[in-house]
Design a protein around this ligand. Structure first.
Ligand code: FE2
Length: 291
C-alpha cells in the first residue's frame, strides 16, 4: 500500500515523505495544487489549442507522412511549445477525424520557459521545495508536458523509466506529475511498481545520433520490469505524484468518456552532468533556467 500524504498545507518534505519516496520510488501528495490553479492552467491550454492551426500540422502528424519530418518536429520541441496528436485521431487516409481539442495527445516540451503562465506554474514554490527536499542542489526545470489522455482514444503508455529519456550522470531526474482532473483506473491513471526503482538499473538510453537529426534506443540492462507488482496511483484533481528517474511506471489507454488532463514537469540537478546525446537539447540562446 503506497501511503498518501495530505499536502493541502504543504510546507516541505517531511522525514516520513522522504522515507516513503526512498522505499517506494514515488510520493503521493494529495491536494498540493489548488483546484483553482488546475482550472486556470486548463483554461490557458484551451486558449492555446484554440490558436493552434491543426491543418498546417497535418502533414507532420499523418501516419503516412515521413518519419523524418516527425523526428524533426519532435527533436525541436525541446526548446519550443509543440502540439502532438493521437494516432487514433486519423483515419487510414491520414485525415483527422476529431475536433482538434479532442485529438491532441500532448503539448511539450519547453512551455516552462516559453510561456509566462506555464513558467509561473512550473516555478511554484512547492515544486522547488520538493526538489530540494529530495536532494537537488540546483534544481533545473528541463521538460514540461501537458497530457490530454482524451476520452476513448487516449493512448496507452507502456512501462518505462523517465531516466531513459532524460539522462544525467549521476541520475537526478525528478518527475512532478499533477492531476489537473481526477485520474482514476477508468480514465487511465498512472500505475507504478513500488520499490521497482531498486530492481535493476536504468533499462535503456534514448539517445540522439552523433549527427543529431535522429534518435535510437540502446538497451543497458535487460532485467524485466516486475509488472505483476504494479499498483494503480489514482490521483484526485490537485494531487501531485513525485517520482525519480528509475521508477517504473505506465498508464493504460483511456476508453472511458472522461478526459484525464495532467501536467508533468521534469527537473534535473544542475550539479550533475547532462550528456550531449540526450534527445532534449537547448540552443545557446535558451539555456535551462532554475526556479
Ligand atoms: Fe514517464
Amino acid at each position: 500500500m503506497i501511503p498518501r500524504f495530505d499536502a493541502s498545507s504543504f510546507k516541505g518534505i517531511t522525514p516520513e515523505m522522504r522515507e516513503a519516496f526512498e522505499r517506494d520510488g514515488v510520493l503521493v501528495l494529495d491536494g498540493l495544487v489548488s483546484e483553482a490553479a488546475c482550472d486556470s492552467l486548463r483554461k490557458h491550454m484551451a486558449d492555446m489549442v484554440t490558436d493552434f492551426d491543426v491543418s498546417a500540422h497535418r502533414s507532420v502528424f499523418s501516419s503516412t507522412s515521413e518519419a523524418h519530418a516527425q523526428d524533426q518536429y519532435f527533436l525541436q520541441s525541446g526548446h519550443e511549445t509543440r502540439f502532438f496528436l493521437e494516432e487514433e485521431a486519423f483515419d487510414a487516409d491520414g485525415n483527422i477525424t476529431k475536433p482538434k481539442e479532442l485529438a491532441l495527445n500532448k503539448v511539450g516540451h519547453a512551455m516552462h520557459d516559453t510561456d509566462e503562465t506555464f513558467s509561473a506554474f512550473a516555478r511554484q514554490e512547492a515544486f522547488r521545495t520538493i526538489c530540494e527536499g529530495l536532494g537537488h542542489k540546483q534544481p533545473l526545470p528541463l521538460q514540461s508536458m501537458y497530457i490530454f489522455k482524451q476520452p476513448h482514444i487516449g493512448g496507452e503508455v507502456v512501462c518505462h523509466q523517465d531516466a531513459t529519456y532524460l539522462r544525467t550522470e549521476p541520475e537526478t531526474c525528478l518527475g512532478i506529475w499533477v492531476a489537473l482532473e481526477d485520474a482514476t483506473t477508468e480514465n487511465g491513471c498512472l500505475y507504478g511498481i513500488p520499490g521497482g526503482h531498486k530492481t535493476g538499473g536504468v533499462r535503456a538510453a534514448f539517445r540522439r545520433t552523433p549527427g543529431g537529426d535522429s534518435t535510437y534506443t540502446e538497451t543497458l540492462d535487460d532485467t524485466p520490469f516486475d509488472e505483476d507488482k504494479k499498483v494503480p496511483l489514482p490521483a484526485p484533481k490537485g494531487t501531485v505524484l513525485v517520482f525519480g528517474g528509475l521508477f517504473p511506471h505506465m498508464s493504460s489507454a483511456n476508453r472511458s468518456d472522461k478526459s484525464r488532463h495532467a501536467y508533468t514537469l521534469h527537473v534535473i540537478d544542475g550539479a550533475a552532468h547532462y550528456p550531449a546525446d540526450n534527445w532534449l537539447r537547448r540552443p545557446e540562446h535558451l539555456p535551462l533556467k532554475g526556479f
